[in-house]
Design a protein around this ligand. Structure first.
Ligand SMILES: Nc1ccn([C@@H]2O[C@H](COP(=O)(O)OP(=O)(O)OC[C@H](O)CO)[C@@H](O)[C@H]2O)c(=O)n1
Length: 369
């Protein structure tokens, strides 16, 4: 029997009725394959763009810490421009862009160029007039204080009226230790959650503050090096306990859990994003969030979660976990050579998302769990 159920969009219902009529008028069963093909070729409900680790700086090319990967600091702006031009030129433009953090490089601070570099990338993004959701990474904190970031163009926290009654609009524990975590719903039955992976960190929190000391204690319990950017071990998951990573406060984890409970009740599909990956198989473990396991267990206890997107590991990664949640770590623009690309457009359907990658980012079909 022909099933065509789409609670998301009136036009889908119309298309469904049309297909039902068409199937009957074609005297049916042998034609179902054709119908299915038509269903598969329905336009997406909406699309969105994704880009990670642009790390722009107006300086000569360099290398990563281990000298294993080249970093193209100026070219990163050209790659951002090309991505944005592509999004702008689409017949139906992406509804929004997710910028997964580290939009400018920490080197800008050294050259007193943080503001200028930020203005340059924001101006570039503004050329498309597509709404951008900014995630904060370690390089944001090399350049700016948390207070500065809250006042900057990188604060894309939105007030989402649809869940106002649920009192989970944003993650606020106290005025002095506010987290940069929020959610938005770009279409009925879909929700995106932006997490703050440097909520518990010694670069994302100022001394003296409760979270700073909590973070320092957690880090030093696993890493006794003088230089806390140096990993405590050469292999394995404990490598993640470095200063350039961070974690999620209990307040933020509780907020996430409450929010996902409401999303479950509303039958939503939820995409969670953060600068740091949370699944060990989706990244080099040196890039994992400190308390990744706490996030994973929350994600797994809610049927609404379909995908987790992160940056930070410039080599990228992908893993579909046992609960069916897709963990996508996006390849970083900064380590992408001038002749290539590193961005994606995600096409969102009723039953799946499809990532159309460019350059180093692969195409992927992401069925919902
Ligand atoms: N093994 C390391 C790696 C890095 N550092 C120092 O930490 C700071 C941040 O490093 P950076 O490579 O710039 O950070 P990214 O966010 O671009 O990349 C994250 C992972 O490295 C990707 O694999 C900087 O001061 C480094 O010098 C370190 O001391 N030891």
């Amino acid at each position: 029997m022909l099933k065509f159920k789409c609670p998301f969009r009136k036009s889908c219902v119309t298309e469904g009725r049309f297909l039902g009529w068409w199937a009957k008028s074609e005297k049916l069963t042998g034609r179902l394959t054709r119908t299915k093909k038509m269903y598969g070729s329905l336009p997406p409900l909406f699309t969105f763009g994704v880009i990670a680790d642009i790390q722009y700086a107006d300086i000569e090319d360099g290398f990563n810490f281990k000298h294993t990967r080249k970093r193209y600091y100026r070219n990163s702006l050209r790659l951002l421009r090309r991505a944005n031009e592509k999004w702008k030129s689409e017949a139906v433009q992406p509804r929004f862009i997710i910028q997964l953090g580290d939009v400018i490089d920490g080197y800008n601070k050294k050259y007193d160029a943080s503001e200028r570099a930020l203005e340059t990338v924001v101006n570039e993004l503004d050329k498309s007039a597509i709404e951008v959701h900014h995630v904060w990474g370690n390089h944001e904190f090399y350049n700016f204080s948390r207070d500065d970031l809250m006042m900057s163009a990188l604060n894309s926290k939105t007030v989402d009226g649809t869940m106002a009654e649920d009192a989970v609009q944003s993650c606020s524990v106290s005025d002095t230790e506010e987290s940069y975590a929020y959610h938005f719903s770009p279409a009925p039955y879909f929700r995106f959650v932006v997490l703050d992976a440097y909520d518990l960190s010694i670069i994302g929190r100022k001394e003296p503050s409760t979270r700073y000391y909590e973070a320092l204690e957690m880090l030093q319990a696993h890493n006794d090096n003088d230089d806390l950017n140096h990993p405590p071990v050469a292999e394995g998951l404990e490598q993640r306990f470095v200063k350039f990573n961070g974690g999620f406060s209990q307040g933020q984890l509780d907020w996430l859990d409450r929010l996902l409970t409401l999303s479950d009740e509303k039958l939503e599909k939820v995409v969670v994003v953060s600068h740091l990956p949370v699944h060990p198989y989706s990244t080099d473990p040196i890039c994992l969030a400190w308390n990744y396991d706490r996030v994973l267990s929350i994600l797994h206890s809610h049927k609404s979660v379909v995908c987790f997107m992160a940056g930070h590991d410039h080599d990228g990664g992908y893993y579909r976990d046992a609960s069916g949640v897709h963990h996508l770590t996006f390849e970083g623009v900064i380590e992408t050579p001038p002749e290539s690309e590193a961005f994606g457009t995600v096409y969102v359907y009723e039953d799946r998302m499809a990532l159309k990658g460019n350059g180093r980012v692969s195409d992927r079909v992401l069925p919902y769990p």
